[in-house]
Design a protein around this ligand. Structure first.
Ligand code: SF4
Ligand code: MG
Length: 331
């Protein structure tokens, strides 16, 4: 197993109080597979990624275990972790313009990653920069090393970010909404590139997105998050064909079909509850058409429906009948 995340709990300090941002998040990523993490904004997708990398504010409280290969990286000092970041694990973000330095040439920025993480000589680095630009499908690589980010299109800049992330041949690439800012054609090209790089390098990818179209394009497995919890996970075809959690079903219904006006994830009525104000029961209850009394009383447990499908929803929990009796008796 490439990555194992076990019972991640994250709290952040807001207005003097610790509030829960991630609750009991567990998942795995294998070599050569892409795991999609989907959900609306504010559900904890990015926070999950930042917790793995431990790129969190100072006042964050993080518990749980993160293992890369056989190494428990959640126990490492910040210094040792820095070695792993960018080396074994790389990350790319939505907006390449804010991540790139406008004052440095493309070549210099890729070279910096190589200086940080490899012992290559100057000449070897120069060659590797050109090689990386070619690997990410950029034309005129030799000239492009001398160009500045503003001279390039959005799609080209995202390719540069991918080149930087790939500079040290990471085992795991975490992508946070990498194509959200790009137009559809360029988005498709970038996704194709990611598939190619995954195959060539046998790496694992975590693809954070709110776009189920992106999931269908590149993911092998999908994990759905809602309000800081994992509510469903399944192999990609299984999830599209047999979604179980009412939230997943809502997300799938919100995908625009051909000829329809584009709808967004927002088409599930209501909003994600704020972490300051989480319900005691199921966090989706206020928006759920199927909510039962028990859903407001207790959080659903995660149930393994098949080997590759798990869900956290009372609808599938046989114990709900017994528990319902308990609740009425106690009232
Ligand atoms: Fe809906 Fe209840 Fe399932 Fe939550 S646990 S998603 S409220 S049915
Ligand atoms: Mg995000």
């Amino acid at each position: 197993m490439l990555l194992q995340v076990q019972n991640l709990q994250l709290s952040l300090k807001r207005a003097g109080k610790f509030i829960s941002i991630l609750d009991d998040v567990s998942f795995q990523v294998q070599k050569g597979e892409t795991l999609g993490i989907v959900g609306e904004s504010g559900c904890g997708k990015s926070m999950t990624a930042l917790s793995i990398m431990r790129l969190l504010p100072d006042k964050a409280k993080l518990a749980g275990e993160v293992k890369v290969g056989s190494e428990v990286i959640s126990k490492l000092s910040k210094k040792k972790l820095e070695k792993i970041r960018g080396n074994q694990i790389s990350m790319i973000f939505q907006d390449p313009l804010t991540s790139l330095n406008p004052l440095h040439t493309v070549g210099k920025q890729i070279e910096e990653a190589l200086i940080l993480h490899t012992n290559l000589t100057k000449k070897e680095r120069k060659d590797r920069v050109v090689e990386l630009l070619k690997e990410v499908g950029l034309p005129r690589a030799e000239e492009m090393v001398k160009e500045y980010p503003h001279q390039l299109s959005g799609g080209m800049r995202q390719r540069i970010m991918i080149a930087i992330a790939m500079a040290c041949r990471p085992q795991l690439l975490i992508c946070d909404e990498p194509t959200t800012a790009l137009d559809v054609t360029v988005q498709a090209q970038i996704l194709e590139l990611m598939n190619k790089l995954k195959q060539e390098n046998d790496m694992g990818i975590i693809m954070i997105t709110h776009d189920l179209g992106v999931v269908a394009e590149v993911c092998n497995r999908v994990m759905v998050m809602y309000a800081g919890k994992v509510v469903e996970e399944a192999e990609v075809n299984e999830l599209f064909q047999r979604p179980r959690h009412p939230y997943t079903i809502g997300l799938l219904e919100a995908i625009p079909r051909v000829g329809e006006r584009k709808r967004t994830l927002g088409s599930i009525p209501g909003t994600v509850p704020s972490p300051q104000n989480l319900p005691i029961g199921c966090r989706f209850a206020d928006r759920c058409k199927d909510a039962m009394e028990i859903c407001r009383q207790a959080q659903p447990k995660t149930l393994q429906l098949t080997d590759d499908h798990r869900v956290a929803c009372w609808l599938y929990d046989e114990r709900r009948e017994d528990l319902k009796d308990d609740i009425t008796r106690n009232q």
